[in-house]
Design a protein around this ligand. Sequence first.
Ligand code: UDX
Length: 475
Amino acid sequence: MSESRSPEETRGNINSMENIRESHVHHRKYRRVILFPLPLQGHINPMIHLANILYSKGFSITIIHTQFNAPNPSKSPHFTFHAIPDGLLEDEASTADGVILFSVLNSKCVEPFRDSLAKLLLDAMDQEPVACLITDAVWHFTHAVAEGFKISTIAMRTTSITSFLAFASFPLLRERGYFPIQDSRLEESVQELSPLKVKDLPVIKTRCPATLHQLFEKISNQARACSGLIWNSFEEIERDALSKLGQVFPVPIFHIGPFHKYFPASSSSLLTQDQSCISWLDTQTPNSVLYVSFGSIAAVNETEFLEIAWGLLHSNQPFLWVVRPGLVPGSEWSESLPDGFLEMVGKRGYIVKWAPQQEVLAHPATGGFWTHNGWNSTLESICEGVPMICQPFFGDQRVNARYVSDVWKIGTHLEYNKLERREIERAIKALMVETKGQEMRQRIVSLKEKVNLCLSHGGSSYHSLESLTNYIMSF
Ligand code: UDX
C-alpha cells in the first residue's frame, strides 16, 4: 500500500491553487472563513474541497475539527487547523449507529466548539477579520453558537438537494402514516415525493427512531435560520429540486458543485489509498472493469459478502473490489472469502482495502461502478461518465439510487434486500456487456459534458460560486 499523494504532488496541487488565488487575493482584502466538517469521510471530502475553492478565491481558511476522524493537516498546509476535544467514549466513536453518533457529537461538541470559536475570534482581532462560519448542516447547534458572537453562518449539505427535501418532508410523511415503515408498503409510491417509493425513503437504521426524526427536524430548523445554504450539486441535474428548495427554505442558495472537479484528485482521505490498483487497471482493456465500492460506512454480513464474491466470479468480468476493513463487521479484511476464490479469479480481479476512487473512475479501463450511491460516489461517477449498478444501503443513498436508475437512467438498480449471486451476475452483465448498459453509458457521458459546461465560465455553478464569494465578502 502506498501513500495517497506524495508531498510533491500535494505541493503541486497547492501551487496551481496559489496561481489562481493570486488574482483574487487583493480585492478579497484578506478575510478568513472558518469551516466545521462533520467527522466522516463522505462529509470531510466535500468540506475540504470547498475550503480549497474558497482559498483559491482569496479567502484564508481555518478548519475546526474533532479529534475523532481528524483530517491530516500536512495534506493541506495552506490551512490553519484547530482540533476540539469531542469527548467521545471508545464505544461512542463508531459509525455502527450513525444516528446515535450524530446525536452524541451534537451534544458533546457545543462547549468545545464555542470555546474554540471564541479563541479564534479573539486571535483574528489582530489578523484578518472572520467573514463567516461554514458548518456541515448536520451540526445543528453551530448557528446558535456563532450568532452569539455575531458571526453569520452558512450551512453546507453534503447530500443531493432531492434527498434533503425528502428528509425535510418527514414531519408531513409522519402525519400521513408512512412511519414506522411497514414491509407490506415498501413497493408503494410516495405521492408527495414522486418518483420515490416507500422503500426509497431516506431512513437510517437505528436503535432510536425518535432520535432520527428529532435530528432531521433540528437540521431543517437550522437550515431555515442560516444566512445561506451551499450544495455540492448542479442545476442541470436538480433543477426541479432547486426551485422547490427555494420555496421550502427561503434563504440564499448556492449550488456550486461538483466540488471535486475544481482541482486535481482529493487529498483528504482518512485511509491510505492503495495506488497499486492503478497499475493493474493499466493492464486492462478500455471500459472492461467493474469498480466495486460501498463507501466508508456501509457494512454487509458474511452471507452477503459471499454472494458478492460469487456474483463477481460468475459474471466473468474484470473487477476492482474495495474490501474496506470492517466491511464485514468483526472481520479484519478479506478472510471471509471462499476457499480458492483468489486462485479462481486469477488476474481477472484485484482487491484493495481503499482505492484512489477518483483516479479509478477516471481511468479508461473502468467501465462500470457497483456503488452504494453515497452522494460523493454518485457525483464522482457522473463526472467521469461511468454508469452504475445501484446498491443503496441507507439514508440518502436510496434516493440517489432511485434517481440514477429511474430519472437520469444512468444505472441499474440492485435491490438492497436482494443481495444474491444470480441477481448480481445478471446486473453486472446487463451493465458491462448488454445494449442496456451501452445506452446508460451514452446518457452518462452526455451528463458528464453538462457538468463541464456548468463549471466553465458563465455556467450555472460558475455563476453561483461568484455569487457566493461576493455574498461572503458582504458580511
Ligand atoms: C456518507 C453517506 O453514507 C453518504 O450517503 C452521504 O451522501 C455522505 O456521507 P460514504 O458512505 O462514505 O458517505 O459515501 P460517499 O458519499 O460516496 O463518500 C465516500 C468518499 O470516499 C468519496 O469521496 C470517495 O471518492 C472516497 N473513497 C471511497 C475513496 O477515496 N476510496 C475508496 O476506496 C472508497
